[in-house]
Design a protein around this ligand. Sequence first.
Ligand SMILES: Nc1ncnc2c1ncn2[C@@H]1O[C@H](COP(=O)(O)OP(=O)(O)OP(=O)(O)O)[C@@H](O)[C@H]1O
Ligand SMILES: Nc1nc2c(c(=O)[nH]1)N=C(CO)CN2
Length: 331
Amino acid sequence: MKIYLSLGANLGNRGETLREALRQIACLPQTALKAVAPFYETAPWGNQEQPAFINTAAMVETELSPLNFLHKTQQIELDLGRVRHEHWGARTIDIDFLWAEGVASDTEELKLPHPYLTERAFVLLPLRDIAPDLLLQGRAVADWCREEKIQQQEIHPAAELCEPYPLSMIACVDEQMGIGRQGKLLVHHAEDMQHFRQETLGQVVIMGRKTLESLPDGKPLRGRVNIVLSRSLVRDDVLICRNLAELWALLGRLQVEQPRRKFICIGGGEIYSLLLPYAKEIMLTKVTGKFAADTFFPAHEEFFEAAREARSGLSFVRLWRAGADYFSPRR
Ligand SMILES: Nc1ncnc2c1ncn2[C@@H]1O[C@H](COP(=O)(O)OP(=O)(O)OP(=O)(O)O)[C@@H](O)[C@H]1O
Ligand SMILES: Nc1nc2c(c(=O)[nH]1)N=C(CO)CN2
């Protein structure tokens, strides 16, 4: 069954809370996350004495019953720290059911379609991004969005990543998943250098301090936006993020500037481990042999092999996170 959801947050790290909620929804049993709308910054509706919200919409396909699915999303709300609960008031996270295929319900616990579905721009505009033709009371979502009372409500694209898994990773590994020894790559393979260049050129690369220092002359990579995750580094030829919250804020701004750029993590070991939970794609170059590495690429059982190409004695493997094949329209 298809279910459309509305998600909102106006306390804490709003964007990351929404992405975490989406990741948890994508992991629910018998459920696939199929579409996620861009995130919007929205003025509070109802009680206006509260901070602005970030809102989005999502579509899942689930074999769970609507009530069972509702209980699961309520548990996710609790896990993400939703404590205070006043009607139409501030919240860390709110997950509302908007519409479920073939289901009408009018109990206290579950009202479907959602009673205010056609009243609120923060619900309708994200929904239009993923389901413009969905019929609500006989009218398409895109048509509802043209209503004057919807047009008057304050809502703007948010400078936020909307994809729950926004990152790619690229690495060259030996047979033991080793990536380096004593701060250096295990092998230098011209074909792999060419592949790395091709995959990263024009994109945004994210690395740790040690990886930056291991680049030729310790300089940033040309033709790419270089981001370094480091608590202490000070220099002005790269963008520096002190923690993940700063990284998400920076990537959100970069995505607004140029929506089609990829965010590619290029290492090293600690940064791969830190960022793997947010990756949807891994590009691994596999080298035959064992090179006594002291640094390794982390375990990644939640990924499956989507493509493989053998060239010049190397295997170029593309892995994809299971369940991360959702659609996310670009603005
Ligand atoms: N379509 C629905 N989606 C989510 N919760 C619903 C729905 N219909 C009824 N409920 C019930 O509403 C309660 C949650 O209400 P909540 O306080 O989140 O509403 P609200 O978000 O403040 O208001 P609104 O639903 O108008 O946005 C839960 O107990 C839930 O069982
Ligand atoms: N902009 C905006 N306003 C709201 C929201 C929300 O998600 N976005 N949720 C509310 C509780 O239902 C009340 N008001």
